[in-house]
Design a protein around this ligand. Sequence first.
Ligand code: SAH
Ligand code: F3S
Length: 481
Amino acid sequence: MKNRQLGPLAQKLYIKTYGCQMNVYDSGRMADVLAPLGYTLADSPEDADMVILNTCHIREKAAEKVYSELGRLRRLKTAREKQGGRMILAVAGCVAQAESEEILDRAPFVDMVFGPQAYHRLPELLAGLKRAGKAVLDTDFPPEPKFDHLPKDIPDPGAPGTSAFLTVQEGCDKFCTFCVVPYTRGAEYSRPAEDVIAEAARLAAAGVREVTLLGQNVNNYHGAGPAGPGSPETWGLGRLIRELAETDGIERIRYTTSYPADMNDELIAAHADVPELMPFLHLPVQSGSDTVLKAMNRRHTADDYRRLAGRLRGARPDIGLSSDFIVGFPGETDADFAATLRLVEEIGFVQAYSFKYSPRPGTPAAAMDAQVPETVKSERLEALQDVLNAQQLAFNRSCVGRVLPVLLDRPGRKPGQLVGRSPYMQAVHVDDPIEGPGAIVRLVITAAHANSLKGGVEGARGQGAGGQGAGAEPIAERASA
Ligand code: SAH
Ligand code: F3S
């Protein structure tokens, strides 16, 4: 029987997200845009009428994963069509932006290809697909920011949970010579402060306690102040964070990713003064060698980074630093790599990501002479990760015996267990949580592993039941400003 329903058809949408946190945020917004058309989220591609791969182009491996996933989805789509059904297959995100028509050449069964600046036009793209009956492509950079066109009053189709991302800035004008982001995400754009504040309030009303402000260069945020566009006043990230800290219900604020040369006094001062701002900062340095940093077109030296770490620790002595590293950048010598190891030893990171340099089409570094052999890259990566992993484990162990406020956010594997986040982003498992997700509880850290901690509610068991403190002590705190 034909579907006679008026209005939007009930349809299922599955979005697979690759890469960065900004893609996670973007996938949420795509679901928002499609919700008025009747799309709700499916648990798997098998159940979906439309599948979107929200892709990442940052390294070759990330980009190639998309094509293998497309191969799998093709079989699913063909089987569906054989049964008389239909599945719309879309490639979104940075691979879509960078490869555009090439995707349709390599995977002609794909129905839609659109970049990170086009997802607010999804309803039009779907209409275009229906009209044309052939694949549609949208990888233009529109003159108007997409944020203005996103629905504002639709709750996230999946409950946002206790912690949410909030994009405040997008794009990058730094042009590090290894990086595709300036090409795939376009020029820097900061959302007006009022929009960000309103979105934070909506998230808080939906139960979110922690927001992570996102941007490729988030600490270069310079959004129009509340007087609106046209007003000469722009706000920096420090100012924005102070304001967001006043939002009822928002107890924790983080931001990522930052560019060292854009850390300004106002933002560093916010680390000293705003208790909601967590004492953890992801601040990528990439390399400890000034020669390599220069070739990367990073606008800081290794000593600049050392000084910056010192200033941040001056403002917030318990701050934990995290970083990104690239090994095997073209021309990197053993001495350059040794300088990276030295920097790591000196700074001491609580957590870090490290990557082998991956030449990306169209970036200046891909055309540089003296590409480093794969075997050397692998050796350096292993040596660097040994040091970084040891630092992370040492930091985790140093937490044992401390009491940390943990935001409980999801069930653990064992019945009754909950997992939460420490201020330093460590996953903390607690077997007898007492409070539920959304609570910030003070946990005594009892064990440390490479990637997680175990905690117990402070004083929960009372004396004689294995607890350490007096049983009558307050056991949980609803954090408040
Ligand atoms: N500011 C960005 C960082 C971009 S990509 C953000 O929003 O997160 C994240 C990290 O990937 C970079 O810091 C860098 O360490 C790594 N990366 C980027 N391009 C790379 C390449 N071509 N090869 C290897 N690693 C790369
Ligand atoms: Fe990429 Fe450098 Fe910008 S790493 S995102 S070009 S700051």
